[in-house]
Structure formats: structure tokens, C-alpha cells
Design a binder for this molecule. Structure first.
Ligand SMILES: [Zn+2]
Length: 441
């Protein structure tokens, strides 16, 4: 396949004003200027001068939250982060069933794709519909919408030991399925809710059942103050020290949020080369504080951006992170464009490489054909180094992705998701959302 007449931002130090990309078997084979184009291809796509760039990676999300938009239920008066979890999310997740798992995944993935995301890393919970839930999401996100996804189920003791054990089983069955598949669009982690809702007994069973498998874990860490308080009282150590002692910190483990970490805990994360994801919009909405991005980046920790299921445009999180790090530090030099670029355009792709084993994030020969075509006419010169500024101050709020490819397959064409009928899917999702809300106790 050949994409021609594109303005190509390679994320590899160059911007080609009028160029082409040739993709063979899902992999980028050649990139160059139109003046050097010397290939003929039967399958030619004319980009008509639009901006071609790598698709984005969402490093931590919750697709099940997409059917909560506009939800009004009784009994919500949160005074703390714990109240928000107990009064909203742990009531919602108990009401999820197979169809609502599927439709939340379908509309969530479709909306993310339209905002430029071509790979997502999800963290799922549906305690009364655990078995098969990860395959319901896989069908929605990967088979039907056509994105890449790394999935996990959140193990927790908060609904009882039977559900905790079912969570372990769902993760391991899906992990084994992925390990035995040659589809590099799908990855698997072992999901855990958070230290403060997982007992030593459940960790022991999990680690015993994992056995010799080479797994990474995906867990919320110190998102609110509750996590550290519980670890201190129940385990006489801080959260990250507990996770280290349990042996779940490795270079494929994602620690989501990491807001209330002590300096020694940050050192432990760095020593174990674990991944941190940052979700600033969700953090502000929950009033839990802000991750010390500079302190983590200065330790060479692989810290990237997720959205925690908050909307579908990851550029909003990029922009909010850029602003709030300065705002909370009272220092306009804190968290500069280079660090924002590193997290969004280097680290998120490095996370995907660790979890899915694929090279994403550059328009360059040998990289995957995961690309987005953006309708953007910049009012100022766009050069290779200025993309992050154009994203934060220009494209952010109204990114107009017209086409997208995953592994060379066109999954978005003229703003239409190719694998599904979106308006029909929205209608079905609305019906499932209504039923879901009526089941909430
Ligand atoms: Zn989360």
C-alpha cells in the first residue's frame, strides 16, 4: 500500500513537506519525498497534503467507564477519593454484564480512534461478569474497531474471595490465550485493583497460580492517600515497598498514578524499571493531587500518559499535565516541552514495545504501519521540533483525524470507523447504558 502526497511528521527528527509512505504486510517499508518516489503500487491512497503522523498510545484507561457518561444515580455525596470509588465506580462495575462490557469497549475504542489513538492499555472490572470479559473487550476493541490493545482484569478482594479467584483465573486464561496467539495487536497483563483492596492471601494465590509465566502487572498505586495509609497500618510498610516485597515490580508492570509516593518509593520504582502512567484530568476530577512527573523522569523512569477513561482525547491529558505541573509548582520552567514530548512521543511507544513487542511511534522503515492522517493547517511554520507545541496549543481541543491505519489496515476512512456502524453501535450502547444504570444498587 502506498500513501502519497502527505505532509509527514516522522517523530524521527524530520518533517517531509510532501512525501510518501509505502507499507508492506503491515510494516513501513519506505518513507521519502514525493520527488524521489519511484515505486508503483496498485493500492494508492492520496493524502492530499494532510498531516501524516504516528497513531497515539493510551497507556492506562478503563473502557467500562464509557457507559457512565451523564449517569445520574442516587447516593453520591463523596467527601474523599474512597467515597468516589465506593459510591460511583464500585457500584457501576457490579452492574456490568457481557453486553455492557462489549458496548462500552466498542464506543470507547471508536471515540479514541477518532481522536488519534491506535493502541490502548485497558484495566477492566465487572465483578458479576468476570469470566470471558477480556474476550468481550478484545472483540470490541481489536476485532471490531481494529485497534491494538493490552488488556487485564482487576483482581480485588472487595467483592469477596470467590470473585478475587475468578479475577485471577480470567487474567491467566487470557494471558495464556495471548501467549499462544501470533496476533501482535493483542497483549495481556495481570490486573490488580490496588494494594489497599488486595489481601496477602490473594497475592499469595495469584503468585502461586502465575507460576513460571513471565507476566507484567497493571495496578493503581498511591492514587489517593488511602493506599499508603492502608499499607502502613495493615502491612507496616509503604505501598511500593509492599509491592516490591511481593515481587510484582518488573519492567512490564504498569503502576498507574503514583501520586503519593515517598522519595525512597520513587527510587524503588526506578530500580525495578517499572512503568508509571499519568492521568492528570482524572486526578483533578478526583481531587487526589498530582504525580511528580519531573521527579520520576529525572530518575529515568518510563512514565507515560493515560486517560483513565476520562473522555477520549489523550491530547487533553497532555495539555493538562503541561499546565498543572507548572501551576502546582509555581515554577514556569517545570515540566518543559521536551519532557512533554518525551512522555507522549517516546515513552508511550516504549511502553507499547514492552507490552506488545512491536515498534510503534515513528514513520520509518521497519516500524509498524500504525498511522493517523490529520486535517491541520498550521497558522505558523510547522517544523520537526515544533510538533509538541502545535499539539498542546493548536490541535489539542479539536484534533480532526480523518484517516487511520493499524498494521497497515485502514481502520478509519473519511472520519468513519470502518469495522462497525457507529450510529447503530451508539444506539445499542444507549440501550445497554439505560439497562446498566437501572441495575445499579
Ligand atoms: Zn485507573
Amino acid at each position: 500500500m502506498l500513501i502519497q502526497n502527505a505532509r509527514i511528521w516522522t517523530n524521527d527528527g524530520t518533517l517531509i513537506d510532501s512525501g510518501y509512505v509505502q507499507i508492506q504486510d503491515g510494516i513501513i517499508e519506505a518513507v521519502g519525498s514525493m520527488t524521489d518516489l519511484n515505486v508503483s503500487d496498485e493500492n494508492i491512497f492520496d493524502a492530499k497534503g494532510q498531516l501524516l503522523m504516528p497513531g497515539f498510545v493510551n497507556a492506562h484507561t478503563h473502557l467500562y467507564s464509557y457507559l457512565a457518561r451523564g449517569m445520574a444515580i442516587d447516593g453520591i455525596e463523596p467527601y474523599s477519593f474512597y467515597d468516589i470509588l465506593a459510591q460511583i465506580w464500585w457500584r457501576l462495575d457490579k452492574a456490568l454484564d457481557g453486553p455492557s462490557n462489549y458496548y462500552s469497549g466498542l464506543v470507547g475504542a471508536a471515540e479514541m480512534l477518532k481522536s488519534g489513538i491506535t493502541t490502548l492499555i485497558d484495566h477492566h472490572a465487572s465483578p458479576n461478569a468476570i469470566s470471558g470479559s477480556l474476550n468481550q473487550l478484545k472483540k470490541a476493541v481489536v476485532d471490531d474497531v481494529g485497534l491494538r490493545a493490552c488488556l487485564c482484569y482487576e483482581i480485588t478482594d472487595r467483592d469477596g474471595l470467590e470473585q478475587a479467584d475468578q479475577g485471577i483465573q480470567e487474567n491467566l486464561e487470557f494471558f495464556d490465550q495471548v501467549e499462544n496467539s501470533d496476533d501482535d495487536r493483542v497483549g495481556a497483563l495481570i490486573g490488580l485493583h490496588a494494594s489497599f483492596t488486595v489481601s496477602d492471601r490473594t497475592f499469595e494465590k495469584l503468585l502461586s497460580d502465575v507460576g513460571s509465566r513471565n507476566v507484567g502487572y497493571h495496578i493503581h498505586v498511591a492514587e489517593g492517600q488511602e493506599d499508603g495509609v492502608d499499607a502502613n497500618i495493615s502491612h507496616k510498610k509503604r505501598t511500593v515497598f509492599r509491592l516490591k516485597d511481593l515481587g510484582i515490580l518488573n519492567d512490564r508492570s504498569i503502576l498507574a498514578h503514583c501520586i503519593h509516593l515517598s522519595e525512597p518509593e520513587k527510587d524503588i520504582v526506578a530500580e525495578h524499571n517499572s512503568i508509571v502512567s499519568n492521568q492528570p484530568q482524572s486526578n483533578m476530577n478526583n481531587a487526589v493531587g498530582m504525580t511528580d512527573l519531573v521527579g520520576l523522569l529525572n530518575r529515568d523512569i518510563l512514565v507515560g500518559f493515560g486517560n483513565d477513561g476520562f473522555g477520549s482525547n489523550l491530547l487533553d491529558d497532555l495539555k493538562v499535565a503541561y499546565l498543572v505541573q507548572k501551576h502546582t509548582s509555581n515554577d514556569p520552567k517545570t515540566f518543559d516541552m521536551g519532557q512533554a514530548h518525551q512522555m507522549f512521543f517516546e515513552n508511550n511507544y516504549a511502553v507499547a514495545k514492552r507490552l506488545l513487542g512491536v515498534d510503534l511511534g515513528k514513520v520509518k522503515a521497519g516500524y509498524q504501519g500504525d498511522l493517523i492522517l490529520v486535517n491541520y493547517d498550521p497558522p505558523t511554520p510547522l517544523v520537526a521540533d515544533s510538533m509538541i507545541g502545535h499539539l498542546i496549543f493548536g490541535m489539542c481541543s479539536q484534533i480532526d483525524v480523518t484517516h487511520a491505519w493499524v498494521k497497515g489496515d485502514m481502520v478509519l476512512k473519511d472520519r468513519e470507523v470502518q469495522g462497525i456502524n457507529l450510529s447503530e453501535s451508539y444506539e445499542n450502547a444507549r440501550q445497554e447504558a439505560g439497562k446498566l444504570w437501572s441495575r445499579i444498587e
